[in-house]
Design a binder for this molecule. Structure first.
Ligand code: HEC
Ligand code: HEC
Ligand code: HEC
Ligand code: HEC
Ligand code: HEC
Length: 448
């Protein structure tokens, strides 16, 4: 008797347990709680103009992101792959995701609320209190209730006052973790490391044990401004000024351009300032030298050093980013090219055998894949950690030359042209190539 009566309880508990995930609020906030960046910009005009047109403000409008995310979702049938392909919005449209729309990448983009279209924005970052994990955007928020009751905006100042909103000092905003929780991307099911910028920084020399010597993400990226690339190999002077139009003058105001290597996309939105700043950053990231110590053994060495980046070079989407060597060796007297490597063809594709720094993902069976939804393993990973060098050995051309002229360039492009052609249509978007560093050397045949 008693035993039988327990069944209903058992089922009730079971049903209760099954209901728990469904009852947890999927969208913890209302869209009306978030304040438009334009409103913040009414008092923080300089910061607003820096942020506008940045890759953060464009994270949902970026045509490369839009076409790639659509392209990789197409034709998938495996649940795990679909789960990954649907997860992009978590970082690219974060305000939409925490307020209910969109929940997945394939949701109708036309229905995304106006504010959420502004990507990674003021009220999103300044409502964050901490991160509950250091990958796939673990930011925990405590926003206000819209313009009537804006709540607390958290930032670097202990003594900040505004008539509009409450302010609070937040240690979280002064460390790399607020960036790192999004700048570390894992496959949602396979847990493959897709982007590891924060991890690279964390194990590198800029993450000094002594907080006074530590250079955070902000220490480079939020010191940059036009003319001041603020990398590991250049000065990072303070930016004296005001945080709000009628605020007090302060020693340093963190800039909000959020420039990396991407100069192409800001340029599409007619922000030439940020395009130029991205080129500045790339040109102050690495050094290149040609070493002749092994010429008598018939070899040439090229040394590339990551002098400027706080993480690996390249970083981020290193399965897509291209950083490679363009090498030409000429017979100086015959004016004949004896060796060439890394020259794009007429379609702007890189030839086989190019010396390239990147990661290649695999499908779990050793076959390379570029669709990250299918990335189960890392097949190869060739990048340059911060303040470290790599050496490439090039065989000198055989033959009768007496003097060689060697020209080497370190080049950068945001993505292989082939992928952009596949995703956006052939020839629609031609990605520019930036020269990060270059070196020339004349080599004389040694007398035996
Ligand atoms: C990606 C997150 C992020 C976004 C987006 C963002 N901020 Fe910030 N902001 C920060 C961080 C982090 C700091 C403090 C940096 C530190 O202390 O190392 C900061 C600092 C500030 C400060 C203090 C003054 C200063 O710059 O040092 C103000 C004011 C501010 N932000 C306003 C804004 C406004 C307005 C916007 C939108 C136009 C905005 N922020 C967008 C992360 C962000
Ligand atoms: C009516 C003007 C006004 C508006 C609108 C406004 N702020 Fe502010 N905010 C200020 C002033 C003034 C300060 C104080 C500046 C200082 O102390 O140097 C400030 C300070 C801040 C700080 C620094 C807090 C700290 O303790 O470090 C942040 C972050 C910030 N605002 C973010 C925002 C965001 C995000 C928005 C939009 C949701 C916004 N503000 C809208 C006037 C405004
Ligand atoms: C010592 C200065 C320095 C520090 C610290 C630093 N960066 Fe960078 N960052 C650079 C330079 C230089 C580049 C340009 C070269 C490149 O693309 O890697 C760059 C590029 C980037 C890019 C663009 C990469 C690409 O090519 O797509 C991202 C994203 C980025 N940084 C994020 C971060 C984050 C997040 C942190 C903290 C975890 C950080 N950075 C710390 C200097 C720095
Ligand atoms: C909510 C997630 C999120 C947070 C928090 C965040 N980022 Fe980003 N960040 C992104 C995304 C997504 C992009 C790329 C947008 C695109 O390319 O379409 C990006 C782009 C960038 C770029 C430009 C990369 C390039 O290729 O040029 C830089 C630099 C950068 N972030 C630095 C930072 C720094 C510094 C912080 C911390 C103050 C930070 N980010 C915080 C998600 C985030
Ligand atoms: C955990 C946060 C996060 C998630 C989830 C995420 N991204 Fe990103 N995405 C970033 C960051 C950070 C960058 C900038 C890195 C850099 O510039 O190297 C970025 C940049 C990009 C870019 C480069 C855009 C350009 O203009 O060069 C593409 C394309 C992209 N993401 C596609 C996707 C797709 C597709 C998905 C879903 C399958 C996705 N992302 C999911 C954080 C994220």
């Amino acid at each position: 008797m008693r035993c039988r009566n327990r069944y209903p309880y058992f089922f009730m508990i079971l049903i209760g347990l099954l209901m728990v995930p469904a009852r947890l609020p999927a969208d913890p906030f209302q869209i009306s709680q978030f304040i438009s960046p334009e409103t913040c910009g009414e008092c923080h005009s300089e910061i607003f103009h820096q942020w506008k047109g940045s890759m953060h403000s464009l994270s949902q409008k970026d045509p490369i992101y839009l076409s790639v995310s659509e392209y990789i979702r197409k034709g998938l049938i495996d649940r795990n792959e679909i789960a990954e392909a649907e997860s992009c919005v978590k970082c690219h449209v974060p305000v939409g995701v925490v307020t209910g729309y969109p929940q997945k990448t394939s949701d109708d983009r036309k229905n995304i609320p106006e504010i959420a279209n502004h990507g990674i924005q003021c009220d999103y970052c300044h409502s964050a209190t901490h991160a509950d994990k250091m990958y796939n955007n673990g930011l925990v928020l405590s926003p206000g209730n819209g313009e009537e009751d804006p709540g607390v905006k958290r930032g670097p100042f202990p003594d900040s006052e505004s008539d509009f909103h409450e302010s609070a000092f937040s240690e979280f905003h002064t460390g790399s973790e607020i960036c790192g929780t999004c700048h570390n991307v894992k496959h949602v099911v396979y847990m493959t490391d897709l982007e590891t910028t924060y991890e690279e920084w964390k194990r590198g020399p800029y993450n000094h044990k002594d907080p006074d010597k530590r250079i955070t993400c902000q220490g480079c990226h939020m010191f940059q401004r036009p003319g001041i690339p603020a990398t590991g190999s250049t000065e990072r002077p303070k930016n004296k000024g005001v945080a709000a139009d009628d605020g007090p003058v302060r020693d340093h105001i963190f800039t909000h351009y959020f420039v990396g290597g991407n100069g192409f996309v800001p340029g599409l939105f007619s922000d030439q300032t940020k395009s130029k700043m991205a080129d500045d950053r790339l040109r102050n990231a690495a050094t290149l030298s040609i070493e002749t110590g092994k010429v008598k053994d018939g070899k040439l060495e090229i040394v590339i050093t990551n002098t400027g980046a706080g993480h690996d070079l390249p970083t981020g989407l290193t399965d897509i980013r291209q950083m490679w060597l363009d090498i030409e060796i000429w017979d100086k007297h015959q004016k004949k090219q004896l060796y060439v490597s890394g020259k794009p063809d007429k379609d702007h594709y890189l030839p086989e055998g190019t010396i390239i720094y990147n990661t290649v993902f695999g499908d779990g069976k050793g076959n390379p894949v570029w669709n990250i939804a299918k990335a189960k393993e890392i097949l190869s990973d060739k990048r340059i950690p911060p303040q470290q060098s790599v050496t490439e050995t090039i065989p000198l051309p055989p033959g009768k030359w007496t003097e060689l002229s060697v020209q080497v360039k370190l080049l950068y492009r945001s993505a292989p042209q082939k992928i952009v052609d596949q995703a956006a249509g052939k020839g629609k978007l031609i990605l520019p190539i930036v020269t990060m560093a270059s070196a020339d050397q004349v080599i004389k045949r040694q007398q035996q």
